[in-house]
Design a protein around this ligand. Sequence first.
Ligand code: DX5
Ligand code: ZN
Length: 218
Amino acid sequence: MPHPVRVLPSLLSADFAHLADELARCAAAGAKSLHVDVMDAHFVPNLTIGPFIVEAMRRSTDLHLDVHLMMTDPLRYVDDFRKAGADAITIHVEAVGPRSMAQAIDRVRATGAQVGLAFNPDTNPELWLPHLARVDLAMFMTVYPGFGGQAFIPQVRPYIRAVRAALPNLAIQVDGGINRETIPLVIADGADRLGCGNAFFKDKDPAGFLAWAEAQGT
Ligand code: DX5
Ligand code: ZN
């Protein structure tokens, strides 16, 4: 395991009527990074957060902001999200396609943010290994993106194992249906970053959940 296991609370499950309180709750629970789901109502059938909200988050937390762009045209917005305060920006390989991927990575890198590539559950990452070798993060969707609270898709597990075997030092994040049952499985496969929406925010003791989850990596 190249990096210690970290839980990233996925703010899609937070109470947006009390956003500053929710960000403070994440920090108090021990989170170091927060996962922000940007959905454009085109790449996925839901519409969520724009740069304006990321900028508001940035004003009320010092935590690392991990921005997940579920967008058909992510490159059009990467500068705006970076200016708003994104520390890491992840784009979907399905949105960019193989021919434009090298340039797309350069484009995100030029913003100064860390660069991630995300994979839908039925995308085989093996074809994308040369690109993964140039980025900071692989993000495996373990649900079809669009909504929190869905069930984990176990068919993604061999893909996680293949990328971990090929790139031992790459940060590997999982996103969707990550909870007390699935965390031991994905850590065994090689994931070291856990995006957790419902499992974190609906727990009576989020700090206890986070400590438990991170300890599964040791
Ligand atoms: C799904 C999002 C996830 C989601 C995870 O499209 O990208 O980040 O918020 O939520 P849970 O952990 O509840 O499945
Ligand atoms: Zn996400």
